[in-house]
Design a protein around this ligand. Sequence first.
Ligand SMILES: [Zn+2]
Length: 169
Amino acid sequence: MPSPIGHSLAALAVGWGVAGVATGRSGALRQAAILAAVGVAPDLDLLIGRHSLETHSVGAAVLVASVAAWQRWPVATSRRVIWTAVALAWLSHPLADALSIDTSSPYGVMALWPVSSGEIYTGWDVFGPISRRYWLDNFWYINLTSLVREVAILLPIATLVWWGRRPRT
Ligand SMILES: [Zn+2]
């Protein structure tokens, strides 16, 4: 599972790809803050002890995107685009998790909930593991190397999407 920074970058790339970068400095900042928050939010499940389960799923993405479109979160102007951008930004999270080494049970993500509660885990090592075992000696080493790797992969992608989708006057 990538860190919050990696999840933010992935959600920004996906959200900008769908909705384009919002116009105006404050509009663009607000849009970026919402997209990044949507990308990180599935991991709030750590607080309730249900990590990588329902929040890491298509079902959760549909729910959150529907609220976003209904409430017109300032991600895009049309409800259809808001829904799509938020749903895909949310889904970028379980996708990135599924492409990473998972070091704690349950392995993988419950991506197809509520259709299926099976855990999806590729075992691929695209993004490194993030350790929450802060009491271990290797905590900083694991997390820093994973952070460098995910930024090296995702920052160029997010930058390219931003460049291609920035508003032009
Ligand atoms: Zn996660």
